[in-house]
Design a protein around this ligand. Structure first.
Ligand SMILES: C[C@H]1O[C@H](OP(=O)(O)OP(=O)(O)OC[C@H]2O[C@@H](n3cnc4c(=O)[nH]c(N)nc43)[C@H](O)[C@@H]2O)[C@@H](O)[C@@H](O)C1=O
Length: 293
């Protein structure tokens, strides 16, 4: 395996890498992927997430591999944003709610357009949130499991979150990466929703993470004044800080992956409870080994 340095904002390096490697498959997972950050870095997010996708596809055409390369685009449930129906499937209209979502909307359509215009084997995987112990520390699931692990080990007293009512269809990244690969092994390129079909609130994720360390959380107050307390001791473990709110929020995501289940014979293997446990165990280990992690 060889690592090539490159950047989605640099067309010439993309052409060089693709002409050297002559790949059979390309998985475009590159992005500024943090939704909240995209409000502060809107132009950069558009450049990387929207035009970056165009740059890769054009690089494939420039080197004459458009009939050979299979291309996977990391599309996202953030396209549904202010959801127009519940649950969301491949036919649900899009209504993105962040610069990230809008950039990914461009990417979705340029993939579709290049597939139709140039006969490229290109697929949009419309993946709902997928998590694992490798999740970045500033995404809500990992932020919770890291913080709860630190609380269990006496390294932290409490932590802050934003909107506790947001609901997400959270699956395990391992299952979802398998779906990406299966999409590219088909006879024809198509778009697929990948989701568990279950939705849970941030609040529920917190409760399960604390259950994993033998603690129950009860909630008191409203909005920014809400707190999560340990049921037995009354110690406050979670507070709300409005700095984590987004200017426009995606309140509820729930995916319908019937098409993938029927056509790709794909289904998620890891349950929500197993996902939270795996992430908790990994962060307990990490914080034991390195309290400064
Ligand atoms: C599919 C999609 O999945 C991800 O996007 P995301 O859903 O925005 O992920 P997240 O973990 O940042 O937020 C989930 C929810 O949790 C709420 N929330 C509350 N309190 C905090 C908090 O303290 N931090 C964060 N980050 N979120 C918080 C927040 O307001 C939101 O409603 C990316 O991979 C993206 O690239 C992607 O494509």
């Amino acid at each position: 395996m060889k690592l090539h340095y490159g950047d989605l904002t640099d067309s010439s390096c993309l052409v060089k890498i693709i002409s050297e490697v002559k790949p059979d498959e390309i998985y475009n997972l590159g992005a500024q992927s943090h939704v909240k950050v995209s409000f502060d870095l809107a132009e950069y997010t558009a450049n990387v997430d929207a035009l970056g996708t165009l740059r890769i596809m054009d690089a494939v055409r420039t080197v004459g591999l458009e009939k050979k390369v299979r291309f996977y685009q990391a599309s996202t449930s953030e396209l549904y944003g202010k959801v127009q129906e519940v649950p969301q499937n491949e036919k649900t209209p899009f209504y993105p709610r962040s610069p990230y979502g809008v950039a990914k909307l461009y990417a979705y359509w340029i993939v579709t357009n290049y597939r139709e215009a140039y006969g490229m084997f290109a697929c949009n995987g419309v993946l709902f949130n997928h998590e694992s112990p490798r999740r970045g520390e500033t995404f809500v699931t990992r932020k919770i499991t890291r913080s709860v692990a630190k609380i269990a080990l006496g390294q932290m007293d409490r932590f802050e979150l934003g909107n506790l009512d947001a609901k997400r269809d959270w699956g395990h990244a391992r299952d979802y990466v398998e779906a990406m690969w299966i999409m590219l092994q088909q006879d024809t390129p198509e778009d697929f929703v990948i989701a568990t079909g279950e939705t849970h609130s941030v609040r529920e994720f917190v409760e399960l993470a604390f259950n994993h360390i033998g603690k129950s959380i009860i909630w008191e107050g409203d909005g920014v004044n809400e707190v999560g307390k340990e049921k037995n001791s009354g110690v406050i473990r979670v507070t709300v800080n409005s700095k984590y709110y987004r200017p426009t929020e995606v309140d509820l995501l729930l995916g319908d992956s019937t098409k993938a289940r029927e056509q790709l014979n794909w289904k998620p293997k890891v349950t929500f409870g197993e996902l939270v446990s795996e992430m908790m165990e990994a962060d307990l280990q990490l914080m034991k080994q390195n309290p400064l992690a």
